[in-house]
Design a protein. Structure first.
Length: 97
């Protein structure tokens, strides 16, 4: 699913114009992005949590040359699905089997 698909779904189901639907999707993504940039987690009930984790610098290895290199500290985004989402995904996979 793409951002355009989300806009189309809002347009079809809610009845907003395409422009209004696009503005809503953009506003939601901007809000999520700003919240994560500030270091807060984003919890969407029934869906899951987006959390920023700080990773410390560490020693790594170039797989082609075997040379040791220092991997810099960085922030990574993690997603933990809610139990409701996990159950829904498992229910769908059980129907296919």
């Amino acid at each position: 699913m793409t951002k355009a698909d989300l806009i189309e779904a809002i347009y079809d189901k809610v009845g907003f114009s395409k422009k209004e639907s696009m503005d809503i999707v953009e506003m939601i993504f901007d809000t999520i992005k700003k919240t994560l940039q500030s270091g807060e987690k984003v919890k969407i009930s029934g869906f899951g949590n987006f959390v920023i984790r700080d990773k410390n610098p560490r020693l790594g290895r170039n797989p082609q040359t075997g040379e040791e290199i220092m991997i810099t500290a960085r922030r990574v985004l993690t997603f933990r699905p809610s139990q409701i989402l996990k159950q829904a995904l498992n229910r769908d996979s059980e129907k296919e089997a």
